[in-house]
Design a binder for this molecule. Structure first.
Ligand SMILES: [Zn+2]
Length: 473
């Protein structure tokens, strides 16, 4: 197995600290508003990693945190300014931030379930780990990596020479690149790059007692504390979205390595951006669809999985509704293959070509996944396989082996509906009814569109005296 490691910028052989065991931490959501499809690219990547490692025989422990305090609106510039995202929304909605946090955490878990993402081993909440964070901050102060100023505690970036090794944002580069942006926003900070570990803010709605007075933790220390508690001093894999690389993950490294004097994370895995296409795709500038909005539009969780996994995780993934439709159709072809084409096959003589095709497809599928989770290659192997099998025409028992193999691969992708035959029947009947309604209204364009859509999926409509019938082509 090879993985791209953001730390080295290279694809490297994956060797976990303990043979056969993988300790993986995924940066989870900040629960202040509903996550959108772009956010889910990171969570699907974490899911793919876990499914792939499990498929390859590793035992995976997966921890994903819930950030329910401390993620500031200006955290992207690592300068500890800005307002708490959760608090800001709570004020706007005139609600208790705790209420919003629990509501959004539940929405997030609902969305994970709708995307067929099996639960992580734990979803620790930041607000349940304040004592662990305070202990870490105390150690950082003792070791000279942090200092208190007027009830705030800052990490001294200068005290950690490795700062910048993940993102390339070393203090001198930050200074050169930021123009006028890097200015000490607060006069109690020794350097503009220093970031907050603990913040004093008498107006903040969520407050805890600490050795430095009442306040709340910074976002970065949360993940250092929770990953340590559940997975230990060195993690095998730490994942996140591309926006987490800097400053969040850079700051996590600085904190954890300053405390434990050892490598924090061996493999940093980040997915690429989801890129919103032009005009009709984005609701408003920079905004993205939530899952309920996409479900409303007729896509289901498996269609979205297909869209998010058919391209490999590392590069940018363009998004528009046409591409989503393509993914839906592609998933439909795999579902058709398993639910119809391989169903009720005739008895007949055995053909060794079927077993050989399965062996070849399994080898290609596995090789692609072992190559930095090349899901595009793994999907291509399955397309080649289904075409080949349809050409051969397996007998009944061979078709059962073919289905079993497709289900084996689906342990990684999660795109096949086990109840697929029934739901496909229903879907086709629904489309036929919709076509009939279009014809009654003399909407020939829509009627033709539905016929073509079905034809593309291998379903031919026959207008008979008894009404519309359909058959597989
Ligand atoms: Zn994190």
């Amino acid at each position: 197995m090879k993985l791209h490691n953001t730390l080295t910028g290279k694809v490297e052989p994956f060797i976990p600290l303990q043979e056969g065991e993988v300790r993986m931490y995924n940066c989870g959501p900040t629960v202040y508003k509903r996550q959108h499809l772009g956010n889910f690219r990171a969570f699907i990547t974490a899911d793919l990693l876990r499914r792939t490692l499990t498929y390859l025989g590793y035992r995976v422990t997966q921890i994903m945190n819930i950030t329910d305090v401390g993620h500031l609106t200006e955290d992207d510039v690592a300068d500890a300014s800005g307002e708490d995202k959760l608090q800001k929304i709570a004020k706007e909605r005139k609600l208790d931030p705790w209420e919003i946090a629990r509501e959004q955490e539940q929405f997030f878990k609902d969305d994970l379930a709708a995307l067929h993402i099996p639960p992580a081993d734990e979803y620790p909440r930041a607000t349940d780990h304040i004592p662990e964070m305070i202990a870490m901050i105390e150690t950082l102060i003792e070791k000279g990596h942090a200092y208190e100023a007027d009830g705030n505690v800052y990490f001294s970036v200068e005290s950690f020479p490795g700062y910048g090794k993940l993102s390339g944002n070393t203090p001198d580069k930050l200074e050169a690149g930021a123009g006028g942006r890097v200015v000490a926003d607060r006069d109690d900070k020794r350097s503009p790059h220093d970031f907050a570990l603990w913040k004093r803010d008498p107006k903040h709605l969520m407050q805890w007692d600490s050795p430095w007075g009442k306040g709340f933790p910074g976002w970065h220390i949360e993940c250092s504390a929770m990953s340590h508690k559940y997975l230990g001093e060195t993690l095998d894999i730490h994942t996140g979205g591309p926006d987490n690389i800097f400053p969040h993950h850079e700051c996590e490294i600085a904190q954890s390595e300053s405390i434990f004097n050892k490598t924090f994370t061996r493999y940093w895995v980040h997915c690429g951006w989801l890129e919103i296409g032009g005009g009709k795709m984005s609701k408003s500038k920079g905004e993205m669809y939530t899952l309920p909005e996409l479900f409303e539009m007729g896509y289901d969780g498996r269609d979205l999985r297909m869209f998010l996994t058919r391209q490999s995780y590392g590069g940018p993934l363009p998004f528009d509704l046409d591409l989503l439709d393509q993914a839906k159709a592609e998933r439909g072809r795999f579902q058709n293959f398993v639910s119809y084409e391989m169903r009720e096959r005739p008895e007949g003589p055995d053909n060794p070509a079927v077993g050989a095709a399965i062996d070849a497809a399994r080898a290609a599928f596995r090789a692609a996944l072992e190559d930095n989770i090349n899901t595009a290659g793994a999907m291509a192997a399955l397309h080649t396989f289904t075409t080949e099998i349809n050409r051969i025409g397996p007998n009944r028992s061979e078709a059962e082996n073919v289905i079993a193999f497709m289900r084996e691969c689906d342990a990684v992708f999660g795109i096949l509906d086990p109840d697929g035959a029934r739901s496909l029947d229903e879907e086709i009947e629904q489309l036929i009814a919709e076509r009939q309604a279009a014809r009654d209204k003399k909407n020939w364009a829509r009627s033709d569109e539905i016929r073509d859509e079905l034809l593309a999926r291998g379903i031919e409509l026959l207008d008979t005296a008894q009404g519309v019938r359909w058959k597989k082509t």
